[in-house]
Design a protein around this ligand. Structure first.
Ligand code: GLC
Ligand code: CA
Length: 553
C-alpha cells in the first residue's frame, strides 16, 4: 500500500448538479440523478467527485448563494439523497468533495434576514459588513462587485452592506465569532455525513482590509473602474490581486483552524482553495504544511495554446508548489470559464488534455469536458448568470458552459430530463451524447477514458503492478520551447509531446506510440499495450499531443 494521500494524483470530476442528470422531470438536475449516473464518472477513470453547491438556495448565482449551508435545496433533493449519493460514490471507489462557500451567504439566510430587521450596530448586523455611507447617497467606498456595478447595496435605514458578488450574496464578516463557529459546524456536518473534503469557494476573499479605516482607497478606485470593462483574464487577475478585499494575510488563520478540524478525523480529509492570487508565489501560502492540501492553479485555464505560455505555466507551477512540498493541481475548464473546445478549438482541446493529464499532481475535469462539449449559444432571454445582468449584457456570463449534459438519443434534451431543461441543449449536440461516444474509438470520451487509464499506470506507486509503464514520480523537460512549437516532458518510461504549431513536425525519436490526440483510442481499457512502433522518427500532426515510450534513463 502506498503511503501517499489519496488526493495526490487524483482525478477530480466536477459535477454541476443542476446540469448533470434530472431524475424527476422538473428540468433541473438533482442528487438522485447524479447517483443514478455515477458509473459514467467511475468508468471515465476519475477518483473523486467535486460537487458544486446543492444547498438550500434561491439560486441567484447557481447555488453559490447559500441560504442554509447544512441542508439540501428541494430542487436537488434531500439530505437522505445526499447520504445515498455519498455512499454510492464510495462504493464505486470515488471520494466526495463538496463546495463550501464561506465568503458570503444568500440574502435569504436567516442571519441576513435578521440583520435587515435589526438596528445599526447590532450583533445581527455585525455578522456582515454593514456601514454608513460617505454621504446619505454614496456608498462607504468605491469597491466594485466582480459581477459588475458597486459592491454596496443600501438598506431601508440608509446603511449599506458589502457584496463582492451579486447583491443577493452579502459578504460575511469573519471577525465575527458566530461566523467562524458556524462554518466549523458546517464542515463537521458534511464530513460526518461522508464527505471527504471541500473545494473552498473564493478562498482568498474572506478577510477584507479594514473597511472603516480605508473608506476611500485610491488603488481600489482605479482598479474598480478598470474592472468594469471587458478585459483579458490575465489583466483582470492581476488587477484583482491588488484590490484590498482579496488575498489578505488573515485568511490563512482561518485555514489553519480548518486544517485542525480535518486532521481530527480518522480518515484523510482534504481541501482545495479557489484562490485567484497574484503574483503566483502567493498561492503557495495556501498550501503550507499546516494549511490546505491543494490550491487551484488557474494558469492553464486561461493560457493560450502556445508552447512558451504553456511551458511557463507548468514549469512555474511545479517549482512553486514543489517548493512547499504540496501537490500541483491542473484544470483546463470549470463552471466559471468558457468550455475548452470553444476556448482553444477541438484538436487543441484534445491535445491539451493529453499533455496536461500526464503531469504529476491532481487533475480536475469539469463535467462535459470529456465529451468535448463546446459552449452553447444561448439567447439573452435564456441567460441566468447574475454577471450578465449586472454588466447589462456587456459580459455574456457563464451559462454557455453550464448547459445540461447530453446523455442519449437523437433529440434534445438527449435523455437529460423528461421535461424542459433549465437551459436548452443544442440539437446539434446529437453526435456528442454519452451514448453516441461510448465505444466510438474516435470520440473525445473514449480518448479521455484511455488517457485516464494510462495516467493511473503512470502514477502507480508500485512498478510491479503495471509492468508496461514503470512507476515514476520524476519529471524532466525533454524539450523546452525552441521556436518549433514543440514542448515535451518525460516521466519514467513515458515521454509526453505537445505540438502547438500549425505545421506537422518530424522528430528524431525512437520508441512506441501509446496514445495520440489525433488517433483513435484502442478501446482496450483493461490493458495498455504500447502499439505502433516508431522507427527513427515520429511525425506529429499540427496541434496534437502524443504519449510515447522512451528510454527511462
Ligand atoms: C466562485 C464560483 C462562482 C461563483 C462565485 C461567487 O468563483 O466558482 O461560480 O459565482 O464564486 O460565489
Ligand atoms: Ca430534478
Amino acid at each position: 500500500m502506498s503511503k501517499s494521500p489519496w488526493w495526490e494524483n487524483a482525478v477530480f470530476y466536477q459535477i454541476y448538479p443542476r446540469s448533470f442528470f434530472d431524475s424527476n422531470g422538473d428540468g433541473e438536475g438533482d442528487l438522485t440523478g447524479i447517483t443514478s449516473h455515477l458509473s459514467h464518472v467511475s468508468e471515465l477513470g476519475a477518483d473523486a467527485l467535486w460537487l458544486s453547491p446543492f444547498y438550500t438556495s434561491p439560486n441567484h448565482d447557481g447555488g453559490y448563494d447559500v441560504a442554509d449551508p447544512r441542508n439540501v435545496d428541494p430542487r436537488h433533493g434531500t439530505l437522505d439523497d445526499a447520504k445515498i449519493l455519498f455512499n454510492k460514490a464510495h462504493d464505486l471507489g470515488l471520494k466526495v468533495l463538496l463546495d463550501v462557500v464561506p465568503n458570503h451567504f444568500s440574502d435569504q439566510h436567516v442571519w441576513f434576514q435578521s440583520a435587515l430587521s435589526a438596528v445599526k450596530g447590532s450583533p445581527e448586523r455585525s455578522r456582515f459588513h454593514f456601514l454608513d455611507g460617505k454621504t446619505s447617497t454614496t456608498p462607504p467606498n468605491n469597491w466594485i462587485s466582480l459581477f459588475g456595478g458597486p459592491a454596496w447595496t443600501q438598506v431601508d435605514d440608509g446603511q449599506w452592506y458589502l457584496h463582492l458578488f451579486d447583491s443577493s450574496q452579502p459578504d460575511l464578516n469573519w471577525e465575527n465569532a458566530d461566523i467562524k463557529r458556524d462554518f466549523e459546524k458546517t464542515l463537521r456536518f458534511w464530513i460526518d455525513l461522508g464527505a471527504d473534503g471541500f473545494r473552498i469557494d473564493v478562498a482568498h476573499g474572506l478577510v477584507k482590509e479594514d473597511i472603516s479605516k480605508n473608506h476611500h482607497d485610491p488603488q481600489g478606485l482605479s482598479n474598480a473602474l478598470r474592472l468594469d470593462v471587458e478585459m483579458s483574464p490575465e489583466v483582470r487577475g492581476t488587477l484583482l490581486a491588488s484590490v484590498p478585499f482579496f488575498d489578505r494575510n488573515g485568511v490563512h488563520e482561518i485555514y489553519r483552524e480548518w486544517r485542525k478540524i480535518f486532521d481530527s478525523y480518522d480518515r484523510p480529509i482534504m481541501a482545495v482553495a479557489e484562490a485567484w492570487v497574484h503574483p503566483p508565489e502567493r498561492a503557495t501560502l495556501y498550501v503550507r504544511p499546516d494549511e490546505l492540501q491543494q490550491v487551484f492553479n488557474f494558469d492553464l485555464l486561461v493560457a493560450p495554446f502556445d508552447d512558451k505560455e504553456i511551458f511557463d505555466c507548468v514549469d512555474r507551477t511545479l517549482k512553486l508548489i514543489g517548493s512547499v512540498g504540496a501537490t500541483p493541481t491542473w484544470a483546463l475548464s470549470n463552471h466559471d470559464t468558457p468550455r475548452l473546445v470553444s476556448r482553444l478549438g477541438e484538436r487543441e482541446a484534445r491535445a491539451m488534455a493529453l499533455f496536461t493529464y500526464g503531469l504529476p499532481g491532481a487533475a480536475y475535469i469539469f463535467q462535459g469536458q470529456e465529451l468535448g462539449l463546446p459552449d452553447a449559444d444561448l439567447l439573452d432571454s435564456e441567460r441566468q448568470d447574475p454577471a450578465f445582468f449586472r454588466t447589462k449584457g456587456l459580459q455574456k456570463g457563464r451559462d454557455g458552459a453550464r448547459v445540461p449534459l447530453p446523455w442519449e438519443g437523437y433529440r434534445s434534451p438527449f435523455g437529460f430530463t423528461t421535461g424542459k431543461p433549465w437551459l436548452p441543449i443544442p440539437q446539434d449536440w446529437e453526435g456528442l451524447t454519452v451514448e453516441k461516444q461510448n465505444g466510438d474509438s474516435s470520440s473525445s470520451m473514449e480518448l479521455y477514458r484511455e488517457l485516464l487509464l494510462l495516467r493511473k499506470r503512470l502514477n502507480a506507486k508500485k512498478s510491479g503492478d503495471k509492468p508496461e509503464i514503470k512507476s515514476s514520480e520524476n519529471f524532466t523537460w525533454t524539450q523546452r520551447p525552441n521556436g518549433s512549437g514543440l514542448i515535451a516532458y518525460k516521466r519514467g518510461e513515458i515521454e509526453v509531446l505537445l505540438n502547438t504549431a500549425e505545421v506537422e513536425l518530424v522528430l528524431p525519436r525512437t520508441g512506441r506510440m501509446i496514445l495520440s490526440s489525433e488517433h483513435s483510442s484502442s478501446l482496450n481499457h483493461d490493458t495498455s499495450i504500447p502499439r505502433d512502433d516508431l522507427d527513427e522518427k515520429i511525425t506529429m500532426s499540427p496541434f496534437s499531443a502524443m504519449w510515447i515510450t522512451c528510454d527511462p534513463s
